[in-house]
Design a protein around this ligand. Structure first.
Ligand SMILES: [Zn+2]
Length: 244
């Protein structure tokens, strides 16, 4: 299998790298090949045989792996697996060049024909409620913030929530697939098992956590259109993100 992967990888590399945003990773199965700058991301596995190996990309030399959240799904009837990989480094970029981190959900995308990373667009009411609880010092709210923020001040959270509420008031588009930009998505219901929103097939969520993979950095308009140019993101974490 490694030979086949390497051959396909070389073929793809010759044609130009593919952006990580287009990938649907299987992080625990990725293979570091003889060329250290190249990784192969495998999108599905059936009976321990990689059924799709063309989704590779080149990790640029300046990029290092970071911790990224993932959820692993298995289809027990066929043994197939799909993964959704989240990113801390995808943002809305506003006219004044300020940014707001994009909230993300796992969803089914009709266009991509698989589970994808999609926008989460919370209600103004829920954001307002969160802002209120943060400002009044609700114990549980502050505890969660301390845990997820790595010790950043509460004022950072308040500023973020105020910015998100302002964005939410003007956002027109419904949530979109972050990988293809499409609107025909259905959020996955979550839980240990559920029915596939399209096929009705049984799906099991078998694991979730953090894994080391290449970062995905990208900027989107406030309406969810991806900017063509690179994000200019340079503040990759100097401290590790959470890992299991
Ligand atoms: Zn899509």
């Amino acid at each position: 299998m490694a030979g086949e992967i390497e051959a396909r990888m070389t073929e793809r590399a010759a044609a130009g790298s593919v952006t990580p945003s287009e990938q649907h990773f299987l992080p625990l199965c990725y293979s570091r090949l003889s060329r250290p700058e190249c990784f192969v991301m495998i999108t599905s596995v059936t009976n321990n045989v990689c059924s799709l190996v063309a989704r590779d990309f080149i990790v640029r030399p300046e990029e290092s792996s970071v911790g990224r959240g993932y959820t692993q799904y298995r289809f027990p009837e066929t043994g197939r697996e799909e993964w959704v990989l989240f990113s801390t480094f995808i943002h809305y970029r506003f006219a004044d060049d300020s940014k707001l981190r994009i909230l993300q959900n796992a969803a089914w995308c009709t266009n991509c024909n698989r589970f994808v990373l999609a926008e989460e667009i919370p209600s103004i009411e829920s954001l307002g409620n969160e802002l209120y609880k943060t400002k009044v010092g609700d114990e549980e709210t502050l505890r969660i913030w301390q845990f997820v923020s790595n010790g950043q001040p509460v004022s950072t959270r308040i500023s973020e929530l105020e910015k998100r509420i302002n964005w939410r008031f003007v956002r027109v588009n419904p949530p979109r697939c972050l990988e293809c930009g499409g609107f025909r998505i259905i959020d996955l219901p979550g839980g240990s098992e559920f029915r596939h929103p399209n096929t009705g097939e049984l799906v099991m969520e078998v694991s979730s956590g953090w894994t080391d993979v290449g970062p995905w950095c990208a900027d989107f308009t406030p309406e969810g259109d991806r900017f063509d140019e690179p994000s200019g993101e340079r503040d990759l974490p100097r401290i590790p993100v959470f890992k299991s």
